[in-house]
Design a protein around this ligand. Structure first.
Ligand code: 13P
Length: 366
């Protein structure tokens, strides 16, 4: 259905906080002109057999990862590493885009081509992380809320000019004794929805990421329950803020047991639980869902995605937006010998992109 061909009733009923309803005199879709464009970008992000590489680590996170393998973290090593990842020969066959960090979208290849231009010239959509990270949620020990709404409209306008066509905001939900609280879930959902509405106003597809952390000893059933509540809360908030789901991508965590849980789950169990949870809470009109890897090893991240797609057809394309599960092998190689292993490190980026691209089609052979 063409997006412009909504039935006349669509947009006239507007949800109000507290679940009261009122009829609005005019359609609530204030940004109708750009729906088509946003929807097209969103569909391209999850084009068949393609996914996204997340290289949007903040400089602090990058420092931790670099220090872990003995690399000095400077503006130039970060630039060189991001160049290695973005220019890996052939990987763009399987990559629809990449999520960049503020510093990275302003950087260029060593031959002087801005990364965003390099990506567009090579068929990849530039994305940008726009949240400012997490802080403790006041009054709720052990829980986090994501910051970054202040001044966001102006930052989004600038990122659009720099070439970004989608953005990412990550909320973090921790499972533990008596957490997550409803307050934490609602605060994060509200921020995600405010961010998403601003993105759409500025012509960027919002990638909404409510990450339920794998840390802890909870079982897979607990992860399922928490993920379902989080997703329901998120889609309520998106609806309340009049976010157009047709121009939105969900970045989801998989339903898995906590890392310290004694009872780990099989690939089939993770795939089935994740699919059931998503089907129960995510509207079918969403153009696609991509997964974060969240600390899963490379093999598991690919195997889980592949299994979910083999269980299809599903209501939405399911693909990847992996950070660590796309990068960790390349980083280790590069750290060992930056010049000597450059090509080998790029080859592993290609291999990971290909494996995950096949998994996005349910055609990975293991
Ligand atoms: P991981 O795949 O390493 O979890 O990173 C994805 C991401 O972008 C987290 O925000």
């Amino acid at each position: 259905m063409a997006i412009s061909a909504y039935p006349a009733c669509v947009g006239k009923l507007q949800a109000q906080p507290g679940y009261n309803w009122r009829i609005t005199p005019t359609a609530s879709r204030a940004y109708a002109m750009s729906i088509e464009q946003l929807a097209e970008t969103a569909r391209a992000m999850v084009a068949p057999g393609k996914g996204i590489i997340a290289i949007d680590e903040s400089s602090a996170t990058c420092k931790k990862r670099f220090e872990g393998v003995g690399i000095e973290c400077t503006e130039d090593t970060r630039r060189a590493y991001r160049e290695l990842l973005l220019t890996a020969p052939g990987a763009n066959q399987y990559l629809s885009g990449a999520i960049l960090f503020d510093e990275t979208i302003r950087q260029s290849t060593k031959s002087g081509v801005p990364f965003a231009k390099y990506m567009l010239d090579n068929g990849m959509i530039p994305g940008i992380k726009v949240d400012k990270g997490t802080v403790p949620l006041a009054g709720f020990p052990g829980e986090l809320v994501t910051e970054g709404l202040d001044g966001l409209r102006d930052r989004l306008k600038e990122y659009y000019k720099l070439g970004a066509r989608f953005a990412k905001w990550r909320a973090v939900i921790t499972i533990g004794d008596d957490i997550p609280s409803g307050t934490c879930i609602e605060a994060n959902s509200h921020a995600l929805a405010r961010y998403a509405a601003l993105c759409q106003e500025c012509g960027l597809v919002p990638m909404v990421e409510p990450e339920v952390l794998m840390d802890g000893d909870h079982d897979i059933g607990t992860c399922y329950e928490v993920t379902e509540v989080v997703l329901r809360s998120l889609f309520d908030a998106l609806y309340n803020q009049s976010v157009m789901l047709e121009g939105t991508i969900l970045k989801a965590s998989m339903v898995v047991p906590g890392k310290a849980c004694d009872e780990q789950a099989s690939v089939e169990e993770v795939a089935e639980s994740t699919l059931m949870c998503l089907k129960s809470a995510v509207p079918a009109i969403l153009p696609g869902i991509v997964f974060l890897s969240g600390g899963q090893n490379d093999h598991d991240a690919t195997a889980h995605l592949d299994a979910m797609n083999k269980m299809g057809p599903n209501p939405w394309p399911l693909s990847f937006s992996y950070g660590r599960a796309m990068q960790q092998a390349a980083l280790k190689l590069w750290a060992t010998d930056m010049a000597g292993n450059y090509a080998k490190a790029q080859a592993t980026v290609f291999e990971r992109a290909k494996a995950n691209g096949l998994a996005a089609l349910g055609q990975w052979q293991g």
